[in-house]
Design a protein around this ligand. Structure first.
Ligand code: UFG
Length: 346
């Protein structure tokens, strides 16, 4: 049985679907502060609670035979972390402490967890290899780096093996368009751009046009959420085969500027997006592009959805049918007094 912590969030909910497609037994822990109950399939047990609550976690581990953990629970907004760093340390590092403690007590051997390109800060060279210096420029990246280091020492002391996956810019949605990205507030580029054709915003904003890039806007490596979750399955296999703990970049290795993404979003949705040029956003590195050779070679992972137009189209399929995200669905369910999915009781 695989425990997915944060399985009701954007990446976590895609992870759960993917594991179910592969007929793996899954259970979800989520505090539903940013996750959505409706994103978890009916046949997957959902325990509502916080990973920092050790007695809650112990009850989950006592009631289930957990063989491995995939850990997505974290606050992940750079700007918010600059304003309230302690909240980030509390949730991200604090959550990992209690999770690792319970894994140690219940002798669960393997964990895969979300790290980030933000651990590198402003990289000295691109594409970024895993051995590049890690100098985060914000508390979010610092907390993820602190987690990586804590996992390393927990491995040494308790023998809990881990794989840290450093995501670049995750985008796209599940093939059916039934689940997707729903953050409140939304800060990510592609979902914000898609709010323009949805009529929720008049213009797209471009933050910074004086970066040292070909068109002056930031360059990012966009990676499809289904390629991300596929890497987690491969990382779990890697540990289950007895390989040592490790860290891998997850990106396509290809960079696109903000302007290019704006243009392509216009093409995908059928109408050019009006744009407003803004000042740089604080803390944004100019270029973040992954060197993904290590994950390809050691995990046998290959991104299969790298085509950027298709990636945007996959996000569009979700957003155009769920312009209010899961909220709409929750409202409909409530107003019709339909039975909502059950949560597990402990
Ligand atoms: N951007 C705009 N306009 C917008 C929103 C974003 O121009 O309306 C720009 C940003 O300034 C940035 C790029 O689009 O240059 C991508 O921004 P996102 O907010 O979509 O993503 P980030 O690169 O800031 O963040 C992502 C992850 C973080 C992670 C970070 C690593 O979401 O969790 O990569 O650098 F920390």
């Amino acid at each position: 049985m695989i425990l997915v912590c944060g399985g009701a969030g954007y990446i976590g909910s895609h992870m759960v679907r993917y594991l179910r497609e592969k007929n793996k037994e899954v259970l979800v822990v989520d505090n539903l502060r940013t996750g959505h109950r409706e994103s978890v399939p009916e046949d997957v047990p959902l325990y509502v609670g916080d990973v920092r609550d050790m007695s809650f976690l112990k009850r989950v581990f006592s009631n289930n035979q957990i063989d491995g953990v995939i850990h997505f629970c974290a606050h992940s907004l750079v700007a918010e972390s600059m304003e309230d760093p302690l909240r980030y340390y509390d949730n991200n590092v604090g959550g990992a402490i209690s999770l690792l403690s319970v894994m140690r007590d219940f002798k669960v051997p393997n964990i895969i967890f979300s790290s980030t390109a933000a651990t590198y800060g402003e990289p000295k060279t691109v594409p970024i290899t895993e051995d590049l210096e890690t100098v985060p420029t914000n508390p979010y990246g610092e907390t993820k780096l602190a987690m990586e280091k804590m996992f390393k020492w927990a491995d040494v002391a308790y023998g809990i093996h881990y794989v840290a996956l450093r995501y670049f810019n995750v985008a796209g949605a599940y093939k059916t368009g039934k689940i997707g990205e729903d953050h409140n507030p939304e800060t990510h580029l592609i979902p914000l751009l898609l709010q323009v054709p949805l009529g929720k915003r008049k213009e797209a904003y471009i933050f910074g046009t004086d970066y040292p890039t070909s068109d002056g806007t930031c360059v990012r490596d966009y990676i499809h959420v289904m390629d991300i979750v596929d890497a987690h399955v491969k990382a779990l296999d890697y540990l289950e085969k007895g390989n040592p703990s490790n860290t891998f970049n997850l990106g396509t290795g290809q960079g696109f500027s903000v302007k290019e993404i704006v243009d392509m979003t216009g093409q995908v949705t059928g109408k050019p997006l009006p744009t407003i040029l803004k000042e740089r956003r604080a803390g944004d590195p100019a270029v973040l592009v992954a060197d993904n050779k290590k994950a390809k070679e050691m995990l046998g992972w290959e991104p299969k959805h790298s085509n950027i137009e298709k990636m945007i189209a996959s996000a569009w399929l979700w957003h155009k049918n769920h312009s209010e995200g899961y909220y709409e669905q929750e409202e409909i369910l409530c107003s019709f007094k339909w039975k909502r999915r059950q949560t597990e009781n402990l």
